[in-house]
Design a protein around this ligand. Sequence first.
Ligand code: T46
Length: 138
Amino acid sequence: MKSTDFGRLFEFQVFGDEEGSLVALESSKNIPFEIQRSYHIFGIMPGARRGFHAHKTLKQLAVCVRGTCKFLLDNGSEKKEVSLSNPRQGVLIDPMVWHEMFDFSPDAVLLVLADQHYDESDYIRNYDQFMKAAQERL
Ligand code: T46
């Protein structure tokens, strides 16, 4: 992976009129994979920081559909901070990218789309193990 490729921000088309706005997310159209699972994170305690893992093979795209939050993304050689501040934007979380989510606003709802079903064995939850695996891929 080229270092600049990870943590790509997507800007979705908004269908809007005077009555409101709508964003459609579709497998292999504006989402760059087949969606197998979605989950959403909400009711986050003030100051909470989540994530602290990378996935071996899972691809995901996260949209803060309400409120705001930030991501720290780390591919083992470069770190990026990404802010999600509106429901028109999404951030791609590639495999082998360590990620942490933080600075959630009290009303934040983070929707995550994933290309595989839940599998705990796909997680790398130890940063040293992640760095070792990331270096081996270079
Ligand atoms: C990720 C970031 C962005 C399930 O049983 N099924 C699921 O599909 C998911 C996502 C989680 N869980 C269980 C596993 C744990 O017992 O829910 C509990 C909380 O999961 P975790 O501590 O991994 O949550 P986060 O917010 O740290 O991470 C989540 C995703 O797990 C992860 O894949 O990339 O959001």
